[in-house]
Design a protein around this ligand. Structure first.
Ligand SMILES: Nc1ncnc2c1ncn2[C@@H]1O[C@H](COP(=O)(O)OP(=O)(O)OP(=O)(O)O)[C@@H](O)[C@H]1O
Length: 349
């Protein structure tokens, strides 16, 4: 395939098997220049493996990961096409930030002046002469980002860049990534937290167990939110029974005595109650928020991949991603009760 100069990331039918572990399974997505794509999934979902395949560090078992229409190792001067921040980057602790960047600048053939430019871009100018060994995790993240930007690349691939940043750093990162996309760059950023990147991204690829669970715009995901009717009944058991007889089985008893009914409108619940002569004291609608949808999509007991997901792009697919629809959620257990692995911003995993 020709070097098309587009800055597009193209992942097609990508798979990686580590012995018995299917780390990535038939993954397909496209990231267009001028946009930020969130690559999301819980720990162990296959994000790093995918990014490493894109960067030529892991050989795919099947499929292709292309930048500018080419695999990484055919890019010519890759540092000037794609800049990457991977997890656990090693920095020499005794080197200053500036020295570290000087070494990299020489290695990829960019002038020394670029070092001070990138230090300024990531807000590290005041710490340029300090040894990296004394840097906080957030400062290391900024230095990694500065390193990725040295070659003024068209494409940025960032693995969990928000890890270790404080809230101020996160806001800074958000603004920074948006500005890179506005300059026409292609930005692919991974995270295990949707809330971390929600305000930054244009589209999202959500994976779990190496498979695509959702690929599309966040707006599409929002509009497909499922809702529940929360109802306070005089006789909750009788209402559950009546609902079940009417075919509404996605019902959960809430600790406050109400019951939550998914897959039914308020009117449908009201009609069932009226027919069974059960008094209702109140009804509310509970729309699922994005974080809960993300949880549903990536937790096996909630999510079965919908047919067609994770299929390689065909025809005009790259420009019109398959419509994203979350799988049906049985709402049998509150996702809020299961948020153990999600430890918030900057948390160490
Ligand atoms: N070199 C390897 N050898 C064997 N198994 C591996 C290797 N690299 C990754 N895996 C396995 O592949 C799966 C996906 O791991 P990966 O690191 O890609 O996930 P991730 O989504 O990046 O997770 P995290 O957010 O925890 O970094 C995991 O089960 C992991 O243990």
């Amino acid at each position: 395939m020709q070097h098309d100069g587009s800055g597009r990331i193209w992942v097609e039918g990508l798979s990686k098997q580590f012995g018995p572990v299917a780390a990535v399974q038939n993954l397909s997505f496209v990231v267009e220049p001028g946009s930020v794509t969130g690559f999301l999934g819980p720990n162990g979902a296959g994000k790093t493996t995918t990014l490493r395949m894109l960067l030529g560090l892991v050989t795919p078992t099947a499929g292709r990961a292309l930048i500018n229409g080419r695999p990484y190792h055919q890019l010519g001067n890759p540092a000037q096409v794609v800049g990457a921040v991977l997890e656990n980057e090693g920095f020499h602790p005794k080197r200053t930030a500036r020295n570290h960047l000087m070494v990299y600048a020489a290695a990829i053939g960019v002038p020394d002046q670029r070092v001070d430019q990138v230090l300024g871009l990531v807000g590290l100018s005041p710490a340029a002469g300090r040894k990296v060994g004394g840097f906080s995790l957030g400062m290391r993240q900024r230095l990694a980002l500065a390193t990725a930007l040295l070659g003024n690349p068209q494409v940025l691939v960032l693995d969990e860049p928000a890890n270790g940043l404080d809230p101020e750093g996160i806001v800074w990162l958000r603004t920074f990534l948006r500005s890179l996309a506005r300059e026409g760059r292609t930005v692919l950023v991974s995270s295990h937290l949707l809330s971390e990147v929600e305000q930054t991204i244009d589209q999202v690829v959500i994976i779990s167990h190496g498979m695509t669970r959702y690929y599309g715009s966040l707006d599409q995901l929002r509009s497909s939110q499922t809702s529940r009717v929360l109802v306070q009944a005089a006789d909750a058991n009788a209402l559950v029974k009546a609902l079940s007889e009417a075919g509404y089985t996605q019902v959960e008893a809430l600790p406050d005595g109400r019951i939550a009914v998914a897959g039914a409108t308020r009117q449908q619940v009201g009609d069932v109650a009226a027919k069974a002569s059960i008094a209702l004291y109140g009804m509310d609608e509970d729309r699922a928020d994005l974080e809960r949808l993300f949880f549903q999509l990536t937790t096996p007991q909630y999510a079965a991949p919908p047919p067609g997901y994770g299929q390689p792009p065909t025809g005009g697919w790259a420009y019109a991603p398959p419509p994203g629809q979350p799988p049906q959620s049985p709402y049998q257990q509150s996702p809020y009760q299961q948020q153990g692995p999600h430890d918030g911003w900057g948390g160490q995993r």
